[in-house]
Design a protein around this ligand. Structure first.
Ligand SMILES: O=C(O)CCC(=O)C(=O)O
Ligand SMILES: [Fe+2]
Length: 359
């Protein structure tokens, strides 16, 4: 469906008419109270598209995330405006911690590198997973542990209360989705999805803040290459255009319209697809400059990646058993490989290109 992008809000940067994906909206407040109809809707969208909007305006926890989302954007604007030299002090050479400069991974176009920088946050202990701890004590525990952490950037330490709350609530959203999906799939006992995302086990769950600065048409860096997400559920926020999803029906990329001030975008990742005996749909997506190869505005996005415990065993697209942590590490290595190598294996797109057609 071609949409008049000049009527869209937020405004589409540019005069071009582009295809926009029509995504369903799931109500988070209804999921929190385990509304059966909403749970069924959640399962349906995860089995058909694997990408949907989550309305966060219908409960107090959701409203708090929407508020905090704005504070995280303000933090990001300030952080990414620093010089590269300063930001590199936070480079931890890690997929889970600290700063990543532009150009580490492969871009959307042949022989181009990526056009985004990131700041990743993972706390030493995930205290929000311990509901029995009173929130004040939780805060103290967080501050004491992470004040000493060499992995956590100082600018994050300075906003620890904001990140603690935002990541705790993001975790609540993603684990609620996981529980509802287990219910909807009729899973019981050790087969429930929560059982491979246990609170006291090590995982690669983390928060990633992404910044796509303006670029020229002749830049050697472009976009965020096509991929499926590594983990189970991604909670994503952005106020700017650029995210696209591959539509198998038309075999074309479609833009996802940002819906700021109330909605998150959710997508299913490879691990959840593999854990659900491939019943759930891990969708193929990418980020490109909305105006023909030129990124005219700064784009900021916030992704909270829920991933299974490191030791969980997945059956990948080729039917091979792989530990969740190995799938994570191998996929990150593949993000940096040239297109030719990426196209030879199923890892970059979690085997979804076999199902969807080649993007
Ligand atoms: O920046 C975005 O909107 C999406 C980023 C993304 O797909 C990812 O980091 O996995
Ligand atoms: Fe992604």
């Amino acid at each position: 469906m071609a949409i008049q992008t000049n009527n869209a809000w937020p405004a589409f940067p540019g005069d071009e008419q582009v295809e926009i994906a029509s995504l369903d909206t799931v109500d988070f407040g209804r999921l929190l109270i385990r509304d059966p109809a909403e749970i069924k809707k959640l399962l349906d969208v995860c089995m058909t598209h694997g990408f949907f909007y989550l309305d966060l305006q219908t409960c107090k926890e959701g409203l708090q995330i929407i508020d905090d989302e704005q504070s995280v954007y303000r933090f990001m604007e300030e952080y990414f405006a620093k010089s590269l030299e300063i930001k590199m002090l936070d480079d931890r050479k890690s997929f889970l911690h600290g700063f990543k400069p532009i150009g580490v991974f492969t871009g959307t176009k042949e022989s181009h590198k990526d056009a985004y920088e990131t700041l990743k946050v993972k706390f030493t202990i995930e205290t929000w997973n311990l509901p029995e701890i009173h929130s004040n004590m939780r805060q103290v525990a967080r501050e004491e542990m992470d004040a000493k952490s060499e992995l956590l950037p100082d600018s994050v330490k300075a906003k620890i209360e904001l990140f603690d709350r935002f990541m705790g609530l993001s975790n609540l959203v993603n684990s609620t989705l996981l529980m509802c999906l287990s219910d909807a799939l009729g899973l019981t006992g050790s087969a429930r999805l929560e059982e491979s995302h246990r609170r006291d086990q090590k995982s690669n769950t983390c928060l990633v803040m992404l910044h796509y600065p303006p670029t020229d048409a002749d830049s050697a860096n472009i976009g965020h290459n096509k991929h499926t997400d590594i983990g189970s559920i991604t909670l994503l926020f952005s106020e700017q255009w650029g995210l696209q999803v591959f539509d198998p029906e038309t075999q074309a990329w479609k833009f996802i319209q940002p819906r700021p001030h109330g909605h998150a975008t959710i997508n299913v990742g490879d691990s959840l697809r593999f854990l659900s005996e491939k019943k759930l749909y891990s969708c193929l997506h990418r980020v490109i400059p909305p105006t023909s190869d030129v990124q005219t505005e700064d784009r900021y996005s916030i992704a909270y990646f829920l991933r299974p415990e490191n030791a969980a065993v997945l059956e990948d697209a080729d039917g091979k058993s792989v530990a969740a942590s190995k799938w994570h590490d191998d996929k990150y290595v593949m993000f940096g490989a040239p297109h030719e190598e990426q196209d030879k294996a199923t890892i970059l797109t979690g085997g979804m290109e076999t199902i969807l057609g080649r993007a």
